[in-house]
Unconditional design. Structure first.
Length: 209
């Protein structure tokens, strides 16, 4: 399956994509994880985009398009993938259409108030991209990743000002993709507000329908 998970920050795309991609035996490709990896490694790309990401703005299209183009050419992505956080602009969507033929775009729908609750309580394992939540999905040991036992962090872009910026950017640049993919006959909406197990079951139903 060649899938895109589209939705506002904090809708639960990453949490769901990890579990579902494992279950389907396809890679979870998160541009956010790839970019944070570049920042953590101190690479030239990472240095160039760190301030942009921390502020909640978007990295330039040319950079993310090149990252995804390279990633989709890897062997494991030939049979399918879940793209999470890409595309985020019409230019990215047009570029993706020239790289591959998508099967479905799942649009995560959730109220803004709930997004703020989810992002303000998120705790993050930077090496794996695993997300926890202090209330809704706490780690087994407070402040530690369940798998590696390493420290969890609060992402800089989960601070109040950056959340506001990300929501603004989402509405202006990414939300138009809902219409874009509706017109392309690819969009299916998903209510992302219930508990993770319920959202996962509904997403799997959409994927297999
Ligand atoms: P990215 O990492 O893609 O951030 P995002 O899209 O804002 O998404 P998030 O990771 O914040 O949220 P999510 O929907 O994955 O939610 P999660 O599952 O963690 O991008 C970060 C930055 O990188 C961008 O701002 C930009 O600068 C740059 N970037 C990335 N891609 C780019 C692109 N294509 N173009 C340009 N720039 C790009 O869940 C959130 C919280 O809720 C967690 O605490 C989780 O435990 C909890 N939760 C999840 N599901 C539920 C549930 N059902 N019920 C209760 N709690 C839940």
């Amino acid at each position: 399956m060649k899938l895109v998970f589209l939705g506002p920050p904090g809708a639960g795309k990453g949490t769901l994509a990890k579990g579902i991609a494992d279950q389907l035996g396809i890679p979870h490709i998160s541009t956010g994880d790839i970019i944070r990896g570049a920042i953590a490694s101190g690479s030239d790309l990472g240095k160039k985009v760190k301030d942009i990401v921390d502020s909640g703005a978007l990295v330039p299209d040319g950079l993310t398009i090149a990252l995804v183009d390279k990633r989709l050419k890897e062997a494991d992505a030939k049979k399918g993938f879940i793209l999470d956080g890409f595309p985020r602009t019409v230019a990215q969507a047009d570029a993706l259409a020239s790289m591959t033929q998508l099967e479905k775009v799942i649009s995560f729908e959730i109220a803004e108030q709930e997004i703020v609750r989810r992002l303000s309580g998120r705790r993050f394992h930077i090496a794996s991209g695993r997300s926890y939540h202090v209330e809704f999905n706490p780690p087994k040991v407070e402040g530690k990743d369940d798998v590696t036992g390493e420290d969890l962090i609060i992402r800089k872009d989960d601070q109040k000002e950056a959340i506001e910026k990300r929501l603004e950017v989402y509405k202006a640049q990414t939300a138009p993709l809902i219409e874009y993919y509706t017109k392309a006959g690819l969009l299916v909406s998903l209510d992302a507000s219930p508990a993770p197990e319920t959202v996962k079951a509904q997403a799997l139903e959409i994927i297999h329908s």
